[in-house]
Design a protein around this ligand. Structure first.
Ligand code: ZN
Ligand code: ZN
Ligand code: ZN
Length: 168
């Protein structure tokens, strides 16, 4: 295969990937629009911009100030109070969830699926890096707790503190 061919294929793949990403975000926004409508709220441009920033930065665990800074780049007229209220509303509706990593600020992340258990967070005590563990791995523990305590587990928040691979 010639270099030019390879380059064209790479370009195509990049375009295709980006297009899909955009479509996924649009689909999510459409779903959320409906959810908000059912509760009597509108997907205002400010709310849309706030959600977009969270969706585009999944895995970043942005705090309120960071979200505000990014939203302001797109909606310069937006105030911190509006972003703050939007985050609270989205949290109440379980569209996003609050994460407290014991570093003095409230961070948010998108709730991929309301029924799914939250992933775990590994927090590096040296650089503050936050790593996500996608697997639940707690099924056995959950089963035992549910039996022993007759308690139905809906979700959990697990934080592991330690030293990341970069800091070792
Ligand atoms: Zn996370
Ligand atoms: Zn679980
Ligand atoms: Zn580290």
């Amino acid at each position: 295969m010639t270099k030019t061919y390879l380059y064209i294929i790479l370009l195509f793949e990049k375009y295709y990937y980006l297009r899909n990403e955009g479509e996924i975000v649009e689909d999510l926004l459409e779903g959320l629009k409906e959810k908000l409508k059912q509760k009597g709220y509108k997907l205002t441009p400010q709310r849309r911009a706030t959600l977009n920033i969270i969706l585009e930065n999944q895995g970043e665990h942005l705090n309120t100030e960071e979200i505000y800074g990014l939203v302001k780049e797109r909606c310069p007229e937006i105030g911190l109070a509006t972003v703050y209220r939007t985050l609270q509303l989205l949290d109440e509706m379980q569209i996003i969830s609050k994460i407290n990593l014991d570093d003095g600020c409230i961070r948010y992340e998108f709730n991929a699926d309301g029924d799914e258990h939250q992933h775990h967070h590994l927090i590096c005590q040296k650089c503050g890096n936050i790593i996500e563990v996608e697997l639940d791995l707690l099924e056995h523990l959950e089963e035992e707790i549910e039996t022993i305590h007759d308690f139905e587990i809906k979700d959990h928040k697990v934080k592991f503190f330690g030293i990341c691979s970069m800091c070792k």
